[in-house]
Design a protein around this ligand. Structure first.
Ligand SMILES: Nc1ncnc2c1ncn2[C@@H]1O[C@H](COP(=O)(O)OP(=O)(O)OP(=O)(O)O)[C@@H](O)[C@H]1O
Length: 360
């Protein structure tokens, strides 16, 4: 372990779920490959926004990153310490599991679900402090809570501290959830669809607050959204990265501006096309896909998983899965998994699938 180690490293992470085999008890259970072979490093003070369609595995990836979902393959480490090794009884980890748990926090789409309806805001916020900051007395605890409430715009803080969750608006509940996460002094906050349930007018406000707090507390954020315009807003304003998931795979990752200005995976281009604020910039009209329907993650397509929809797919894509390729070779590498990034690939000599073409 060292201070230079990324806060979280995911190395070849798979999360596969076994599900019941339909109505027939003699049928074999099916495997949902929610996350497949994902590599992702999140250093200190970093922002990564992950975007993808519903069911692409974003939540599962996020939960695996903060140690709430055990991977079925690969490793997840916190500052070099394998998270699941640290959790084992009788292990002797370099970082105790309790410290890892405190350092990796989550805020949910529905902040109400993480607040006890029978407890005041102050009581809910005192709980993590009592558990993890045992040196704080009741007065210091109260002072910390009130200062944080004020910091996130809940003024007068004394008034908000005595309210119950039903006396708060959706935006206020999300602010309390943010305070609750920040009081743990975390290194990384997973914000899973944290603004999706809010009115459009409030989303930017809460994202601005997250950006502000991220800068002030030097906390890394893993922000998950099905909406590219939200992911873009947060990642671009933080100077962070944008990751694109498709059927369990992280198919593109890089600096947000670079990924959006110079997308390399055909699926990233589809997401751009489907986002009015971005497609209008380019005046694109025709959808850049052959098939609108998303395949089943229980039975993903062979080879490149995007080949059934890709406008550039060839026979080669149907048979072989592309490796992750670096696009620019820079320090914070822009990477994508597509044969079109390899000049010498057999892809270029292979027959385009029906309705597809090699050129743009
Ligand atoms: N505990 C589980 N057991 C079985 N299958 C699961 C489980 N959790 C998730 N899945 C499946 O894994 C796939 C990925 O789900 P996940 O929730 O991670 O996707 P997502 O991109 O976050 O989607 P959404 O935006 O709809 O939440 C889906 O097909 C989902 O049905």
């Amino acid at each position: 372990m060292s201070a230079d180690e990324p806060v979280v490293s995911m190395d070849g992470v798979d999360v596969h779920f076994e599900t019941e085999g339909g109505l027939n008890p003699f049928e074999n259970p099916e495997t949902v490959r929610a996350v497949d072979g994902v590599d992702l490093e999140i250093p200190e003070n970093d922002v990564v926004a992950i975007v993808g369609e519903s069911g692409s595995g974003k939540t599962t990836l996020g939960k695996a990153a903060v140690g709430l979902q055990r991977p079925s393959g690969g490793t997840v480490s916190y500052r070099g310490q394998d998270v699941w090794e640290a959790k084992k009884r009788f292990s002797n980890p370099s970082i105790p599991y309790e410290e890892i748990r405190r350092s990796l926090q989550i805020i949910h789409q529905d902040p109400g679900s993480s607040l006890n309806p029978h407890r005041t805001v102050e009581a809910s916020l005192a709980e993590p402090l009592k558990k993890y900051q045992t040196d704080l007395g009741p007065e210091d605890r109260e002072a910390r809570i009130l200062a944080m409430l004020e910091r996130v715009g809940m003024a007068p803080p004394h008034d908000y501290a005595q309210r119950y969750p039903h006396q708060l608006s959706g935006g206020e509940k999300q602010r309390v959830a943010l305070v609750r996460a920040l009081l743990m002094n975390p290194d990384l906050i997973l914000a899973d669809e944290a603004v999706s349930a809010l009115d459009v007018s409030l989303r930017v406000e809460v994202m601005d607050l997250m950006l502000d707090l991220q800068e002030q507390f030097d906390t890394s954020f893993l922000f998950i959204s099905h909406d590219l315009s939200n992911a873009r807003y947060l990642a671009e304003h933080a100077g962070g990265r944008l990751g694109v998931m498709y059927l369990g795979e992280l198919v593109e990752l890089g600096e947000a501006q670079e990924v959006l200005q110079n997308p390399q995976h055909p699926y990233t281009k589809v997401l751009k096309w489907a986002t009015p604020s971005l497609s209008l910039e380019e005046g694109a009209t025709e959808p850049p896909v052959r098939e609108i329907d998303i395949p089943d993650p229980v039975d993903p397509p062979s080879g490149c998983r995007f080949h059934t929809r890709c406008p550039h797919a060839t026979d080669h894509c149907k048979r072989t899965a592309p490796d992750v390729r670096s696009v620019d070779g820079g320090a914070r590498t822009h990477r994508a998994s597509c044969f079109r990034l390899e000049d010498g690939s057999d892809y270029w000599r292979s027959e385009p699938l029906e309705g597809a073409r090699l050129d743009d």
